[in-house]
Design a protein around this ligand. Structure first.
Ligand SMILES: [Zn+2]
Ligand SMILES: [Zn+2]
Length: 509
């Protein structure tokens, strides 16, 4: 639900203004090509962490990380290490096609090991079965696996789904069905005992849309319980012809009757040497102790993720541009810079913050909110049970006079935000209802801490190499940060807000 609020003429903010020039300075640095898109696991992310810690230090915050440092390190999986000896061969009686990892096949899913000393998978002489589009969708009476035995076998399927461009298709029109995702196709094959899934671009496309280059640049894959390999159409075409698989796909497209079958004498040999790349990354934590001794043990967390998607790859909207720096100026240098400048402004006006403020920049967000998940599970300067609220800023660089605010499910939070908006002025507040669950605020919500997310909207540069600092609206960003800080000032003294320890809320079922 969106609502437009009309404001009285802007009043002077009670807290020192956010400095838009300093703000854009941080964004320029964090989103520079030098920092290579701040991928979790990269040395550039560590440079960004050191920079943020230096800023927190210069501002005069106290270190809030582990063992008196600014940092809260944790381990995550950042892509795959590729060993020697990977191979894939598809054969029938008279012909063999040998594929090359990265150039003619790559994994959409693997079951990687912890080191490259042993193969993560080895399959010899697996019988090969054709399973159409690999869909099991009984709700629309379409099942490529109906009556098909794939137990202990390799399965070859086409990408996407039948009739994918037909708006009248019973298979969800021209939109993909939920069953068409890699995960669902993996599940359908795995549940029936398949050992390996080969995916070929379906014949309704003239070019192979596989992301071979993206895998070469940043090896990565899902872990969906069995190896799923995308194979290049040009290489396997002679075998497709021999088995008439393109013709079968066209027949399926026509009448939606599955044409699955065992492929006589066809076999697959597969050896995989892939291991998880374990890396240590760091949240950066700075503390501004509350001004009221009776309330210092209660905290407000102000956070933003500072990692981004590096050189693209799987997390990019344009994976075909893998290798280019995805600068991540809006996502989320803008939020990171805001947190730094909010800390500076709060430090200059400490008396307004009776409760403690904890400023955190998170790593690992793009890989699944990992930094914030770590934060809420680990010892913090103020325990999570005594954290009254979390404010998250993710993509706040393109406000155009407005900001989306989600998570305002409580009366006091709403009142305080509206009062803050009155003070700061000139900013339309779009209330987005409950937490949207797409950023670090949701880790706090999961830990039963109310969390508010500030967001200025998606745009054409989202997760693309064009999310550059030149496109940041610095005055608008400063205004969003000023709003968040003014909001924090009210939250820091609002006695209606309680910690989990003091509240009577029933525990979640
Ligand atoms: Zn983000
Ligand atoms: Zn992102």
């Amino acid at each position: 639900m969106r609502s437009r609020i009309d404001f009285a003429p802007a009043l002077t903010a009670a807290t020192p203004a956010i400095d838009a020039e300093r703000l854009i300075g941080h964004i320029k640095f964090l989103a520079s090509d030098d920092l290579k898109g701040r991928a979790s696991g990269s040395p550039e992310l560590e440079r960004a962490a050191d920079y943020i810690a230096q800023q927190f230090n210069d501002i005069g915050l106290a270190p809030g990380g582990d063992n008196g440092t600014w940092f809260e390190p944790f381990e995550l999986v950042a892509g795959l290490a590729v060993g020697e000896g990977n191979s894939l061969v598809v054969s029938d009686k008279t012909q063999s096609v040998r594929f090359t990892l990265g150039s003619s096949y790559y994994p959409l899913s693997t079951v990687p090991t912890e080191s490259l000393t042993t193969p993560s998978d080895r399959e010899e002489n697996l019988p090969l079965v054709f399973a159409g589009y690999g869909l099991s969708a009984p709700d629309v009476r379409y099942d490529d696996y109906d009556g098909l035995d794939v137990n202990g076998k390799a399965v070859i399927i086409f990408s996407h789904e039948p009739q994918e461009t037909d708006p009248n298709s019973p298979l969800n029109g021209n939109r993909p069905m939920p069953q068409t995702t890699v995960y669902k196709k993996a599940e359908a094959a795995r549940n029936r005992g398949a050992r390996l899934l080969l995916v070929v671009g379906d014949p309704s496309h003239t070019t192979d849309q596989g992301l071979y280059h993206s895998f070469e640049v940043s090896p990565d894959a899902d872990e969906a319980g069995l190896p799923i390999l995308r194979v290049r159409r040009e290489e396997i075409q002679p075998l497709l012809n021999k088995w008439s698989l393109d013709a079968l796909a066209r027949q399926i497209d026509r009448d939606l009757r599955p044409r699955s079958r065992a492929l006589k004498d066809a076999t697959v040999d597969y050896t995989e040497f892939l291991a998880r790349n374990r890396r240590t990354v760091r949240n950066v934590v700075g503390v501004l102790t509350g001004s009221d001794p009776a309330r210092v043990r209660e905290a407000i967390v102000i956070g933003a993720h500072y990692d981004h998607v590096g050189l693209g790859g799987r997390l990019s909207v344009t994976p075909e541009r893998a290798g280019e720096v995805h600068n991540g100026a809006d996502d989320n240098a803008s939020g990171t810079a805001s947190v730094i400048e909010m800390a500076r402004a709060a430090m200059a006006d400490r008396a307004r913050f009776p409760r403690t403020l904890i400023f955190v920049t998170f790593a690992g967000e793009e890989r699944g909110l990992l930094g914030s998940t770590h934060y809420v599970r680990s010892p913090a300067p103020v325990p999570i049970a005594s954290t009254v609220v979390m404010l998250n800023l993710d993509m706040v660089g393109r406000s155009r006079g407005a900001v989306d605010v989600s998570g305002l499910d409580k009366g006091a939070l709403k009142d305080d935000l509206m009062a803050a908006a009155q003070t700061v002025g000139d900013l339309e507040i779009k209330q987005e209802g409950p937490g949207a669950g797409r950023s670090d605020d949701s880790s706090f919500i999961d830990a039963r801490v109310p969390a508010i997310n500030f967001f200025t909207g998606f745009h054409a540069d989202y997760h693309r190499p064009t999310d550059d600092w030149e496109k940041i609206e610095k005055a608008g960003t400063a205004r969003v940060a000023a709003l968040a800080l003014e909001f924090a000032a009210r939250l820091a003294s609002d006695s209606r807000l309680q910690t989990q320890g003091s509240s009577q809320r029933p525990s979640a079922p």
